[in-house]
Design a binder for this molecule. Sequence first.
Ligand code: SF4
Ligand code: SF4
Length: 365
Amino acid sequence: MPVPDLIKEGERQMMICNACRYCEGYCAVFPAMEQRRMFTKADLVYLANLCFDCRDCYYACQYAPPHEFGVNIPKLMAELRTETYREYSWPAILSGLLKRNGIAVSLITGGATLLIFILVLLFMGADVLTATHLGEGSFYRVVPYIAMTIPPILIALYGLVVFTIGASRFWRETGAGISDVINFAALWRATRDAFGLAYMKGGGAGCNYPNETFSHSRRLFHHMVFFGFLLDLAATSVAAFYDHFLGWQAPYPVLSWPVVLGTVGGIGLLIGPVGMLYLKWKSDRDPADRNMVTMDVAFLVLLFLTSLTGMLLLIFRDTSAMGMLLVIHLGMVAGFFLTAPYGKFAHVVYRYAALVRYSIEQQRN
Ligand code: SF4
Ligand code: SF4
């Protein structure tokens, strides 16, 4: 739906909900909606990013299709979120990556893997890919230290710049000021709600996902993805500290912090994405937006592959398969971080900003 039509439709549905208010106990969207009489684009963008797609309001709604009012809040919010990610992404020319996200993620990840493979062949020779490398620094005999550190730092900094621009555009558009950011109570509440996935609980009984039965399974799998990702990030940070400050080079012993954290996180990132993909596959398509589903699937598949190749690398690191596994794993990691600003990962930034905004509004009331 073109953006102006989407805004009009959003306004129409919010007017109906604001008169009804049956769903006010499910999530933050309805209490935030009740603070408003008119719904501008900025209001709708804000509300859309508060929605966790639990679908409780869809199955509870007496005005949902086939009723002539056609109220379908999860679908509307998902469409608005997709638009948010496109409109606030930077540079504008790359926002198209969000449209055909599955193809974009596949091509960029495949391209990154191929590029690393070619560079290793050119600069290190084919033998390093099939030889067995043992002991400290063995990964650097395939991909040198400088290549393993500088490009990831540059990619991470680029992602940080894109997300900072996106978040500040969101913040400005939704009418909040810079001084509003320095509100520690609001930041704390938003962080607590984000870490606890508070609004995936619906009214307490869980999401109506994948169907009208209440369930906590989506929240559980999402927790595995979220904390799995954080643990893997922690493992990488500890490994970087060991390497750069203590001079201890990977691979590390099985009972070292980087391996333990990485393994636990990796298992979470294997089970979580598979669980979420299964629920998505079984889920009702009527309250879904096709573009958002594509983004979700691309993101979850890439997370799963990144974790799978990381775990295989850990298991086979002392064998001749290590060279190829390292190249493939680095390709997945590069694909993940290169596409993060132009895919589902963006929800982390906008949803958190919306939660902070919501906490500030709640304080004022
Ligand atoms: S989604 Fe339906 S039931 Fe819920 S507040 Fe809106 S109109 Fe009422
Ligand atoms: S889908 Fe869930 S989180 Fe989204 S508006 Fe409805 S009740 Fe709220």
